[in-house]
Design a protein around this ligand. Sequence first.
Ligand code: F3S
Length: 248
Amino acid sequence: MSYDGRFRVWRGDADGGDLADFTVEVNEGEVVLDIIHRLQATQAPDLAVRWNCKAGKCGSCSAEINGRPRLMCMTRMSTFEEGETVTVTPLRAFPVIRDLVTDVSFNYEKARAVPAFAPPADLAPGDYRMQQVDVERSQEFRKCIECFLCQDVCHVIRDHEDNKQAYAGPRFLMRIAELDMHPLDQADRRQAAQHEHGLGLCNITKCCTEVCPEHIKITDNALIPLKERVVDHSYDPLVWLGSKIRRR
Ligand code: F3S
C-alpha cells in the first residue's frame, strides 16, 4: 500500500534558505529517512543529508521532524496521517552547513573539555575492581549514541547562543556524572561540573530525556544526582569537614 505524501524540507546553507515543498511516494513500513533518500533519488539529487547505519545506532541522521528533534531513521511514516504535511528541518541549535546537515563541532569541543577517566596512579589496569552495582549504574549512560538530539533540544543553548561558552549540555554533563559515579575516578568532577561546565544552568526541564532515542533517563539518573552531589560537596558541613580531614 502506498500513497503520495506531502513534505516540506529545508533547503539552504549558512547564508540562508527556505522550506521547499515536495510530493514523494510513501510505502508501508517506511521511515522518514527512506523518504529523504527517495527525494534525493528522484527530485533533489543535491539534497545534503547526513546518515550512516539506518538502524538508530550511529546517531548521524538527527533532524527536526515537525519541529521535534528526532532520528530520521527511527521515525516511522505511520506516525503521521496520510494527508499530513511532514516538515523536515536541520537541528536548530547548531549552524547549518547545507540543507539538513549541521556543524556539530560544538559537541566535540565540549567532549574534549571533559578530562578522561582518572584512576589512582598506582593502580595497574588488571587490578581494577568494581561492585556490580557501580557497573550497572553507569551502563545506562554508555548507551548514548551521540546523536546530539538532547544537546539540540536543551533550551539553555537552543534559545541562548551566548550560553554555549559556559554550558556543556546534557550529553556531556551526563558524561561527567558517569565519571563522578565511578568508584575509581580520582578527578574533582563536581567543582568542574558546576564552575566550568555550567551545571547550574540546567533547570531540569527534562526535554533532553524526552528526545533521547536510547531512552536514557538523562535528567533523573545523571543530572539530578550530579546536582545533589555538588550540593552535598559544597554545602553539607559534615561532608565539607570530612573532605578537609581526609586531605590531611
Ligand atoms: Fe536542558 Fe535537560 Fe536540563 S533539556 S535544562 S539539560 S534537564
